[in-house]
Design a protein around this ligand. Sequence first.
Ligand SMILES: [Ca+2]
Ligand SMILES: [Ca+2]
Ligand SMILES: [Ca+2]
Length: 379
Amino acid sequence: MTKFATTFALLAYFHSFSQYCITNVGPTTTIDSNVESVVLVGSSGSINYVGCPGVVGVQDLTALSTNLNAGGTYTISIQFGTCGGNYTGKGQAWIDFSGDGIFDAGESLGTWEGIPPTPLSTFTFTVPSGAQNGATRLRVTQQEAASSLPLNPCASFAWGSVMDFTINIANGIDCSGYPGDFTNDAIAVTSLPYTSTGNNSICYSNQNLVYNSPDLYYQLNPSPLMQSIHVSLCGSSFDTFLSVIDAQGNVMAFNDDGDNCGTASELTFDPQGQGLVYIIVEGWGNSTGEFDIQIDANYLGTDELNVAPYKIYPNPANDFVRIESIQGPVKFNTLTGANVMSIDKYNGENISLADLKPGVYFVEFESNAVHYSEKIIIE
Ligand SMILES: [Ca+2]
Ligand SMILES: [Ca+2]
Ligand SMILES: [Ca+2]
């Protein structure tokens, strides 16, 4: 498939909000090869888990956690083994230090291979000083009959284990000043034109699964006067990908490489009738870097704007006034809001002004559920 066709297929069928690979991952059976124990003593607290019986899929042990400091060195002890017979296999563990929802190759703690029973595996590792503060994930996997190392942390296979634990990191990068990681934290675009820069290489996770690259979310509430909205990442330093989704997650528009800006992205979408929309910036593939974003709108021309759906005449008025194209209640109020005349069921006829003194009044009525208040002068 071409790059474009692949992108389209992913967008059309696999657009969802999820972070770590957890579906169609891990063993499909509970017997035989299995991680028997995981011990990790942190700077405070510890994980001390004993396995067996086996669990199908990813075993969610994220309720178990320990605290690690960026720059600190720790040792994890894993007993790769079995809950049944002994068969050759391979094992590996990762911590998502970057906090991007991906167990990257560089985040591996160590590997094992053998036929159980084998000695306890101890992997000593240092938490990168650039690790992201907060909760992240440890994944321990054992895969029977795996062909080679390193293992794929997202693989599905017959026998073995995939176990996820929570790691709380401190003394690393504080990402609290990096909004836009997801829809609940989207960067609000409150006026157009909008120009900003961003960087998805630290503090952002992969929420938009079109590509594994971490993504930034912007949110925009289009005005009804906006006919089209143009989003451009032209000038960005890396190969970007851009999508626009509505509040339900439906893809409204997307672009990989814009017509005018190399591998940076550019698109135009129709905001008419839309509530909140999200503009998602990510990289093509795994690419990350600094990007420029410009958002602008074309507005409906005056001839396309709704002209007033009624006509009041004459104004100034003398004996009568008429409101064309209006039906329903009409009220005459003074400038201070006191009601001086009401018509319950107006139907386009002349309204006699004989009972009103000369002066300035507000005429109040509705058209298509919109309330209008028009000033008229009675002479
Ligand atoms: Ca990662
Ligand atoms: Ca992504
Ligand atoms: Ca691109």
